[in-house]
Design a binder for this molecule. Sequence first.
Ligand SMILES: *[C@@H]1O[C@H](CO)[C@@H](O)[C@H](O)[C@H]1NC(C)=O
Ligand SMILES: *[C@@H]1O[C@H](CO)[C@@H](O)[C@H](O)[C@H]1NC(C)=O
Ligand SMILES: *[C@@H]1O[C@H](CO)[C@@H](O)[C@H](O)[C@H]1NC(C)=O
Ligand SMILES: *[C@@H]1O[C@H](CO)[C@@H](O)[C@H](O)[C@H]1NC(C)=O
Ligand SMILES: *[C@@H]1O[C@H](CO)[C@@H](O)[C@H](O)[C@H]1NC(C)=O
Length: 150
Amino acid sequence: MALKFTVNVLVLLSVTLMAASSVEAQLGYPVSYDITGKLYCTLNGSIGTNGTATPVFPGALVQVVCVNTTNPLLTGTTLADGRFTLQTPNPIPPNCTLVVPTPLSTCNSSLPATGGLISALRSVGSIFIRLYAKHYVYIPEGFSYVPDLP
Ligand SMILES: *[C@@H]1O[C@H](CO)[C@@H](O)[C@H](O)[C@H]1NC(C)=O
Ligand SMILES: *[C@@H]1O[C@H](CO)[C@@H](O)[C@H](O)[C@H]1NC(C)=O
Ligand SMILES: *[C@@H]1O[C@H](CO)[C@@H](O)[C@H](O)[C@H]1NC(C)=O
Ligand SMILES: *[C@@H]1O[C@H](CO)[C@@H](O)[C@H](O)[C@H]1NC(C)=O
Ligand SMILES: *[C@@H]1O[C@H](CO)[C@@H](O)[C@H](O)[C@H]1NC(C)=O
């Protein structure tokens, strides 16, 4: 009984959310899909055992690559502090991954000179910025090194 109630509420909630977002689209509210994160200069792109002393990975290409497509959907570059933000007004299709094709050896010559980092995308919800612009935010699920990038 309690479970059924919960399921009904969830269905109602998702229908309401879908209705709300299509109304927004019709009203012309600016909507943006943002992928944001920070790359460190480590074999997994994550902060290492040295904590905030871990060097970052500036100037690295970050791309959104979708399954069965050849050209990246989005491309950007990490800033001096290792952060990146990719933005698009279009919804991000399922089956897309984040790829860093710039070799890790670029930031540390002890790291691999071939292959690169890859991560699934995780949706973390939406926020309003400057009143009317709605941003759907995605972050990397967690990078890992692969010798052969897709
Ligand atoms: C990434 O690698 C570092 C150093 O090997 C390790 O401390 C950290 O836990 C790893 N992080 C993830 C998310 O795998
Ligand atoms: C952690 O910091 C120490 C001292 O600066 C350094 O020798 C070591 O290489 C660092 N380790 C990593 C994984 O960056
Ligand atoms: C990708 O292509 C393969 C082979 O053509 C196909 O089986 C698969 O369904 C495709 N996946 C998507 C998400 O389009
Ligand atoms: C595509 O996405 C679906 C749903 O998230 C997942 O089940 C499937 O494994 C993915 N396929 C590929 C080729 O990434
Ligand atoms: C470069 O990478 C090696 C291997 O992971 C690591 O031991 C070393 O600490 C790194 N150097 C710096 C300056 O982070």
